[in-house]
Design a protein around this ligand. Sequence first.
Ligand SMILES: [Zn+2]
Ligand SMILES: [Zn+2]
Length: 305
Amino acid sequence: MSKRPPTHPNPPAPPANAGEELVVFNPVSKWQEYVEVPGLTLFDIHREPRRENEDPDARVRIQLKVLGPEFHCPVCLGYIRNTRIVKECLHRFCYDCIEKCLRVGKKQCPQCRIHIPSRRSFRPDTNFDELIKSIYGDIEELEKLEELEIEKLNKKNMNNAYAESRKRGMLHQAEQRKRKAAIPGLLGETVTPPARGNAGLKESPLIEIILRRHPQETAVDRLRKEYIRTSKEMTMETLKIFLGRKLGYSPYQHFQILAIADEDAVVLPNDITLAVVHREICDNPMNREMILYYRILPEIFDYTG
Ligand SMILES: [Zn+2]
Ligand SMILES: [Zn+2]
């Protein structure tokens, strides 16, 4: 950026480089803009100045998570304990941390690397200690709680990952079974698996499902009738064609159909049937009706499902 010319008390003279067009990118307007005053974008020149708040009782609410990093020591990443402030740059650290840094490391601020001549550059900041205490209370207790919370989250994530892979595995197996059943000659003894349920009582060829728009989907409408009674042998691909027609969206391949089981969403492949989805994923007595969700994923160009 060019240096700004000295300011004149008179109306500003046209910039020295008026002849050549100086264009810069203004990140606020997202435009390439001509610069009237070097160093300032059009936005800077024409924006309204911020008005001063003159109300003495005015309060500003700031989210704690915005301020959070201010209260953490850049060395140990915990809450700052026994605050020391570096005179040269006003960065804050735990007393133990900055003391150790100076003792074993270089004589510089761990955050900005400004030279710290000696320990005399540190000042205690008791106000800051008090502030931390008034916001967070007992730091020892808090850190213990946070550790527990992190442990819980880690455990949950691991379980979710496990459930997800287990369901993928079941789907895969179901597909394999279907393929084998479809070509009995190839594997000799393979026969179609017997229908489940009481012998003699013919299983209904129909299934009832609820086909619902994914909560985050906005590109297509909801179905006017979510409740659908259809053939068990309907595949996900046929369901997508149905959705495309009903909702006036093409290509239907953009649709993605998901089943949710144990709080996890599983993307259903094109060639799988409703019967298989019902048996392998949603067959849960607590949750009688099978709910499938649809959404649009145009960025996926692999239409194989
Ligand atoms: Zn520290
Ligand atoms: Zn510093």
